[in-house]
Ligand binder design. Sequence first.
Ligand SMILES: [Zn+2]
Length: 169
Amino acid sequence: MQSIKIVISYLGIFVILGLLYQYHIKYDYEPKVDPVLQTYVDEWRLDMDSAGISYSRAWDELKSIEIVECSKIKAGLINSNGGDEHTLGMVIKPDRRIVIDSSLLTMHESILRMTIYHELGHYAFNLDHIDDHEHIMNTNPLHYSEYKEKWPEFKYNYINTILTQLNER
Ligand SMILES: [Zn+2]
């Protein structure tokens, strides 16, 4: 009788530890983000939060946002499934990765920011390309000064596109 009680209490401890571990994984999970990209990813998250847009499902599944060499994307060394014509960045859905071309690091930060928003738009909300030059989801990047000067407008249109798409589902 005594030994059964001991077994039961041990089992209880294991169940509690298991639950704590699951809780830890669920609430502490973060995709691996290259430190250079962290600021822009954080900005995007804040913007989504302020607009009341939930992205947690996609976020919890995302493995990484990495910087890679463009030549590797072009040579097909990186699976280009769902890739962009401009290849500044790419979503690799089956691997749950977002890759950003290293050449962006030599460009103005407004292009880097736009690319992060663009790829996260594809990844988190399945946004398609939009045939409007003044939209983050366009395939042909503009001169950096356009994004720098008109970022609030770009962001407004982008958020509206996401909200419209979420409402249509
Ligand atoms: Zn794209």
